[in-house]
Design a protein around this ligand. Structure first.
Ligand code: BG6
Length: 468
């Protein structure tokens, strides 16, 4: 193969959202509550397992994409998006999760949305489960700790593959499945009981999700032979803070705690290093007959991942994880957002190379973006040079990775329109190229305003990144 110097002609430039962070209409057209409907404002984790009257839940209305999507997609078309990633909220299709028959009104909504995406020359990229497990499945079955969820999930997949498979080519199963390690309540509806072996619950739960992921691919292959079905991981990175070999080795172990998930879903088997981790934490995972064969037969076509930042690790120091990745010891060489996320375009190139060295399958960066405070100035505009600069630097780093020989399918900016943050429930942590007039308490007209960065991305796409 020859040296590559440019983005491929069919490169999937686009943007990504999740249904629950934009749609609102949380109890409309037959939908019932899903996990995201109990995400509170201002906190990292859903503290309650139910909706409490009088409490403000930002996702309930979000930016009301449910009723604004035509006009919002027009902005994405104006930027020249080749694809648009969103999720199908499970609870619109199966409001309780365990029904046999789907909710037609929910199916119809996504029919129309998918048609509207395609009508604007964008390929839909669909996340099947983006923190949207129906709340009933959490309450009644304990969510993914119960194997029954595998059947419900696969039935959901089969239903949407049959309905949309003629129009949707790109799919991914669980958003950031490795966040089961960092935030199991948010990612999978897992609430621990006092005294239980949390790691054991986490690994058992994850095992069910691996089987569900592979069975979804099995059904997908039967119903949509040309589809590309991937896994999706949170892969912001971590460096050793010093050349102290203990820092270096413990950093490798931390990275493995994430890569464990893609190792299983891409290589098709549990890696040998997991045995020592399980031994140390006294973890026993129950496998049913046939599980290993399913996992080894139905492998991900591509690795979708989010990348926002990097952090560093010092041996023995605390290492907390939440949205965007892990957060360890600050790196003095790079800048930081007001939310403490360290901006690192070189880390983006590093991560592409790391992942391609490990897996040699196509990579799709399905989330990269900058959450920042934005100000509407007197001229009624938003001069967000910081966002343009983050974008340019990360796309330039991605181009370097292409030159390094990495096979990259596409890039979808996280939050091309402002949306509700998962980590904090805020609106003021803005990612968009399009501003939405709404604040953290839910006030605002929902009016949309183009930011300066919209032109930046439009130019990058129009020139297929050649000017970088
Ligand atoms: C990823 C999620 O973790 O990061 C998104 O897939 C999320 O849903 C994004 O919005 C950014 O995190 P936050 O906390 O700023 O919303």
């Amino acid at each position: 193969e020859k040296l590559k110097t440019e983005f491929p002609k069919d490169f999937l430039w686009g943007g990504a959202v999740a249904a629950n962070q934009v749609e609102g209409a949380w109890n409309i057209d037959g939908k019932k509550a899903d996990l995201s409907d109990i995400f509170p404002n201002g906190a990292h984790m859903p503290a309650d397992r139910k909706i409490i009257e009088g409490k403000y839940y930002p996702n309930h209305e979000a930016i009301d994409f449910y009723h604004h999507y035509e006009a919002d997609l027009d902005y994405f078309q104006e930027m020249g998006f080749k694809c648009f990633r969103t999720s199908i909220n499970w609870s619109r299709i199966f409001p309780d999760g365990d029904e046999t028959e789907p909710n037609e009104a929910g199916l119809k909504f996504y029919d129309d949305l998918i048609d509207a995406i395609i009508a604007r020359d964008m390929a839909p990229v669909i996340t099947i489960s983006h923190y949207e497990t129906p709340l009933n499945l959490v309450d009644k079955y304990g969510s993914w700790r119960n194997r029954k969820l595998i059947d419900y999930f696969v039935h959901f997949c089969e239903t949407i593959f049959k309905r949309y498979g003629d129009r949707v080519k790109y799919w991914m199963t669980f958003n950031e499945i490795n966040n089961m390690r960092r935030m199991p309540a948010t990612a999978g509806g897992i609430f621990f009981e006092a005294g239980e072996n949390e790691l054991e619950v986490m690994y058992q739960t994850t095992h069910h999700m691996f089987v569900a992921h592979s069975l979804a691919i099995k059904v997908g292959r039967e119903l949509m032979p040309d589809a590309k079905i991937g896994c999706m991981m949170s892969l912001s990175n971590v460096y050793p803070n010093t050349c102290n070999p203990n820092d270096v080795f413990e950093t490798l172990e931390l990275r493995r705690a994430s890569l464990f998930y893609s190792d299983v879903m891409i290589r098709g088997k549990y890696p040998s290093y997991i045995n020592r981790i399980w031994e140390k934490a006294n973890v026993q995972v129950t496998f049913e007959p046939g599980d290993e064969e399913i996992i080894s037969t139905y492998l991900s076509d591509y690795l979708g991942f989010s990348y926002y930042r990097t952090t560093t690790h010092v041996f023995g120091e605390p290492f907390a994880g939440h949205t965007g990745g892990d957060q360890g010891t600050p790196n003095p060489y790079i800048g930081t957002t007001p939310w403490g996320w360290q901006i690192d375009p070189v880390g983006f190139r590093y991560t592409f190379n790391e992942l391609y060295d490990r897996y040699q399958i196509p990579l799709f960066c399905v989330e990269n973006g900058l959450g920042q405070f934005d100000e509407v100035t007197e001229d009624g505009k938003i001069h967000d040079d910081y966002r343009s600069s983050y974008l340019i630097q990360h796309v330039a780093a991605m181009k370097e990775a292409i030159k390094d020989g990495v096979d990259i399918m596409g890039y979808t900016w996280w939050g091309p329109i402002d949306l509700v943050s998962v980590g904090t429930g805020e609106m003021s942590k803005r990612y968009g190229f399009v501003y939405v007039d709404k604040d953290n308490e839910g006030n605002g007209s929902l009016k949309r305003i183009k930011k300066d960065s919209l032109e930046t991305y439009k130019n990058i796409i129009a020139t297929n990144g050649t000017t970088l």
